[in-house]
Design a protein around this ligand. Sequence first.
Ligand SMILES: *[C@@H]1O[C@H](CO)[C@@H](O)[C@H](O)[C@H]1NC(C)=O
Ligand SMILES: *[C@@H]1O[C@H](CO)[C@@H](O)[C@H](O)[C@H]1NC(C)=O
Ligand SMILES: *[C@@H]1O[C@H](CO)[C@@H](O)[C@H](O)[C@H]1NC(C)=O
Ligand SMILES: *[C@@H]1O[C@H](CO)[C@@H](O)[C@H](O)[C@H]1NC(C)=O
Ligand SMILES: *[C@@H]1O[C@H](CO)[C@@H](O)[C@H](O)[C@H]1NC(C)=O
Ligand SMILES: *[C@@H]1O[C@H](CO)[C@@H](O)[C@H](O)[C@H]1NC(C)=O
Ligand SMILES: *[C@@H]1O[C@H](CO)[C@@H](O)[C@H](O)[C@H]1NC(C)=O
Length: 432
Amino acid sequence: MMREPIIPNLVIILFFTFFFFSISFAIDILTPSHPLSYGENLISANGTFALGFFTPPNTTNSYIGIWYRNLAVQTVVWVANRRNPIHNINATLSIIADDASLRLITSGNSTPLWSSPSFPNSNPNPVAQLLDTGNLIIRASNSSSHLWQSFDYPTDTLLSGMKLGPELKIGIDRNLTSWLSNSDPSPGKYSLVIDTIGVPQLVIRDLSGRWIWRGGPWNGYAFSGACPKRLFSIDLYRDFSQGFNSTPEEIFFYYNTIGDAISTLTMDQEGVTRIYQWKASSQKWNLLWFAPSDPCDFFPACGTNAICDSSSSPICQCLGGFNPKNPVSWSEGNWSDGCVRGAALDCRANKADEFLVVRGTTLPDTTEAVADMSLGLDECKTRCLMNCSCTAYATVYRNGGGGIGCIIWMAEIKDLRSSADDRQQDLFIRKN
Ligand SMILES: *[C@@H]1O[C@H](CO)[C@@H](O)[C@H](O)[C@H]1NC(C)=O
Ligand SMILES: *[C@@H]1O[C@H](CO)[C@@H](O)[C@H](O)[C@H]1NC(C)=O
Ligand SMILES: *[C@@H]1O[C@H](CO)[C@@H](O)[C@H](O)[C@H]1NC(C)=O
Ligand SMILES: *[C@@H]1O[C@H](CO)[C@@H](O)[C@H](O)[C@H]1NC(C)=O
Ligand SMILES: *[C@@H]1O[C@H](CO)[C@@H](O)[C@H](O)[C@H]1NC(C)=O
Ligand SMILES: *[C@@H]1O[C@H](CO)[C@@H](O)[C@H](O)[C@H]1NC(C)=O
Ligand SMILES: *[C@@H]1O[C@H](CO)[C@@H](O)[C@H](O)[C@H]1NC(C)=O
């Protein structure tokens, strides 16, 4: 995503041309008989989005992309051929009648630079259409249901109404992956993903798979560790409706803007995920929220069995009943070895273990946790006491006072952060 106002002259001229086209021949549909040539655009029906060829700053490479058509700052939200730039302006984007695939073809080249999957047995007359949501779909001309949609293949931007998370049945992974640089939309170093191991969590990962930030599991309201109130005085819960769904077919997060607000959620080249809102009065993107944003946000800020509080010094403290595993390095501010139990758990037939309550916290890493929506908090405790591997429990959803469901942790507590958000949950940690 580019947010620099510096746009090469060529792009400005092309934009002017596009604008002209949009007045004269605004079309949102591509048919087999009319491919899109360099310099032409599709315009969504109400004019919000355009699809066409664009050239990022400081390069001569061009790409097929989707951008907001009416914003003063060029904002590309999707790129088709992010790995294979166009070097030759004799390029066309065509919808192929035989197999309903979109193909980006350059002259003298039989291999397309980019193509969407083919649907050989679909009915004839496929069309590609750019919708007002920013979604590019392929469908049969006499049907409104899509064969393929760009929303299933996000670039670095999640728009209102898109889904983030895997579609397990057809095996697509809808994640956001940063651009390599402002001049190069090819996949960069960081991805925002829903990690599905254990209880699903929102995570920023780097290329090696290392976790940078853990937004944590969904608490019915938001991601437990993506705590907006702490950052700015705005209330994201009010400006967006957001949701999360986990079924055997798919696991996804989505948000919807309210009213005519324009917002994006992006994964940027520095490894920061951000929410922007367009401010019409200043003609600028306004940053609403970002993560990671404080020392406790970097995974895992403290080692095991410790809690991180960025407003205290030192930021890491062992949980009650636990002591630094390596007191010397701990006292020097090296938290990596974490904390160990002062006394081993009882875990015998008499079930004498008790629980330390950490109030209003983000939930620790749920990679080795299990959730059961049918259990209440008391049954959750009983379930935890029945299994010697259980180290902690909490409700799945925070919901007024009581909460719903039961998460049980089967590994040492990792990446626990205190929270200033009063809408967090209580965590019950097993102790002797
Ligand atoms: C383009 O390159 C110039 C000179 O290297 C640099 O100052 C500018 O920031 C670059 N623009 C972008 C958007 O990267
Ligand atoms: C583009 O195509 C035209 C006509 O097919 C040809 O004359 C021209 O040389 C081509 N330009 C490039 C840059 O390939
Ligand atoms: C265009 O359509 C989208 C999707 O229905 C809607 O959210 C947006 O407000 C519309 N914009 C205008 C300018 O009508
Ligand atoms: C669309 O057209 C095809 C081919 O003419 C036909 O087989 C199909 O039943 C039509 N579908 C609908 C929904 O009308
Ligand atoms: C993101 O999704 C793409 C496919 O859409 C996949 O190739 C890539 O491995 C995914 N990245 C991560 C970090 O999951
Ligand atoms: C912190 O401690 C770990 C384990 O004892 C060690 O591997 C690491 O190098 C230390 N980090 C620093 C910055 O000293
Ligand atoms: C305890 O939980 C672990 C991990 O879920 C499971 O493999 C094990 O069978 C459980 N033990 C008992 C006694 O339920």
